[in-house]
Structures are given as C-alpha cells and as structure tokens.
Design a protein around this ligand. Sequence first.
Ligand code: SAH
Length: 347
Amino acid sequence: MNELKSMTLPELTESLWAMGEPAFRGKQVFTWLHKGIQSYDEMGNVPKGLREKLAEAYPLAVPKAVRKQVSRLDGTVKYLWELADGNCVESVLMRYRHGNTVCVSTQVGCRMGCAFCASTIAGKVRDLTPAEILDQVIFTQLDSGEAVSNIVLMGIGEPLDNLDAVLRFLELVNHPEGLNIGMRHISLSTCGLIPGIRRLGEAELQLTLSVSLHAPDSETRSKIMPVNRAYDVEELFDACHSYFQKTGRRISFEYAMINGVNDHDWQADLIAQKLRGMPSHVNLIPLNNVAESPLKPSKRLAAFQKRLESHGLTATVRRSLGGDIDASCGQLRRKALEEAQKGEDSQ
Ligand code: SAH
C-alpha cells in the first residue's frame, strides 16, 4: 500500500518502524494525517529528514474542491472533489439541529444501474481508497470550519461493492486518535448486495444499515433495480432478518416514491408483511427528478405513509435538503462531466 492515510495505526507504526522510526512516531503521523495536512512539512514534531523520506516514498494526495455549491434554502453544501488522478466525487454537508452530517461517496461512479439514480448513468470508473473516503470527511470539516458529527455512506457508489475499503474507512474514522466518530453516528446504505450484508453482519458493527428497498415485490424491483435479478428481494428480506438477529440493530429501509411504479397500497401492505418481526424504519424519499430518467415523483407520499403506519410500522418522509443545488446523488458530478464533454466537443 503506498497510501499512508489508508493505513490503520498498527500498519502505519509498522511501516515507520521499517524505516527505522520509534514506535511513537506512528501515532504522531496518524494524528497529522487525520487533521488534513496539505504537506508533510506541516508535521511540526516530526524530524525534517523523515518528512522528506515520507514525501518521497508516500506522495501525499489531498482532494481539491473544484466546485462548491451552498443552498440558499437550508445551508446544505455540496462539494465536488477532484482526486489525485483527476477523477471527481461528491460529498454533501447537511446541517441539522442535532449536528452536521456529511454524505460521502465510496466509488467513482456506480455499476448497479438503478433506473432513477444519476450516479450510475456512466457506470463505475473505479473504487475509492479508504483515504479518499476519509478525506471527504476531513476536508468537508476543514473547509466548512464546522465539526461533523454524523456520516452517511449514501453518496456516489455502492459501499458493499467496495467493502474492504469501506471497512477500513470505518475503522479509521472511528479511531480515537483520528476523527473519533462513533459507529452509532454512521449509516451505510446499500442497494442490497447480500454477501456484503452478511459480511457486515459478521463484523457486528454498531452502525445503522440502510437498505434501498424501493419495491417489496420482485417484479417491480427488478424493473427499477437490476441488482434484484442477482439478489432477489425475498432473499434480501431474509438477509435483513439475519442481520438483525446477529447485530440487534434496527434496519432502515429507503423507499423513493415513484409515480405509478411503487406507490400502490398493496405494496405498502407487502412491505409490512415482509418486515414483520423485525424492528425497522421506513424512510420515504420524494423522488428527485433526474433529467435522463422518465420516472416521476409520486403524489401519494402521505397516503402511503399512513398505510404503512396502519400496520404498526414506523415510516417517515425524508425532508429534502439542498433542492436548489443538485444535491442528490451524482447530479453535480454528472453536470461537471457533461460540461467537460461539451467543452471538448466544441474544440
Ligand atoms: N448505492 C447505495 C448508496 C447510494 S444512493 C444504495 O443504493 O443504497 C443513496 C440513496 O439515494 C439510495 O437509497 C438511492 O436509492 C437513493 N436515490 C438515488 N437516486 C435517487 C433519486 N433520483 N431520488 C431519490 N432517491 C434516490
């Protein structure tokens, strides 16, 4: 691994040890990296000779905010970060009364193909490294000057399609010598990669698992989420029940309401039937219009919520933030890509 910031503290200590450094150096460097230094020269208590050796052996990459949009409606901030290789990903800072939440990306693009999602339109370019996921939190915090207390892995990409990096990121961001953000303040959202859900369950983390359900019946779900053809919703519900048995953690189900597709009462009834016996929370999301998609927002949010509640389920309607700044998944990156494309075409 030639990325110091992706290393756990023991790994970092060992790498420095191999360079002839004392054990305490690992902790010093770890702390600096997690503070978001732009250059190794900022590490005041680390000898100059070592700083130079590190710069040579492990070039330090920091993301550059190439675009930043601030919502006039609610102060939501959207960042488009350029990574060392020129690829871009998005993060969103959302301000709530209970603290600041940052939504981070886990991949450049996405290969899951959900019909309503802007992130997946051009497919997946590559996975992010643990450091690149972590940097989104560090640099959002630095840029905004405000502490981040919660993290949601709900940006571009499918976290369980890059699970090794994501698990490492979780360990890093949770570390007391780093940002020290508690697992209970972290949510991970998946479109339903069952082997990943199982692995995550084995890890018995205290984070909140969010499952992008979007339809409780195979037929509808396969139409809007190709992943359902590989991992059917029936198996997904089973995996969720097992996850709860293993971790004791309540699962959150995301449900983007699409007009005439998944907003029928019988679908609410089916959700209730499938979730019986499992503490859960259904989060109804007003569908964000994506220019490339024919799917339209449902007008039945309140009725659907009532129907779910009539079965004793907890259902909430997600408050939409940043409506004026392309704040939903992948929209800003798409816009930037399109503009770059137009620029090239006109040359
Ligand atoms: N790949 C992960 C996490 C990223 S998407 C997943 O699928 O869960 C975060 C959430 O936004 C998911 O629930 C996703 O289905 C939802 N989403 C994507 N596009 C949307 C849109 N146009 N309107 C509303 N929700 C959308």
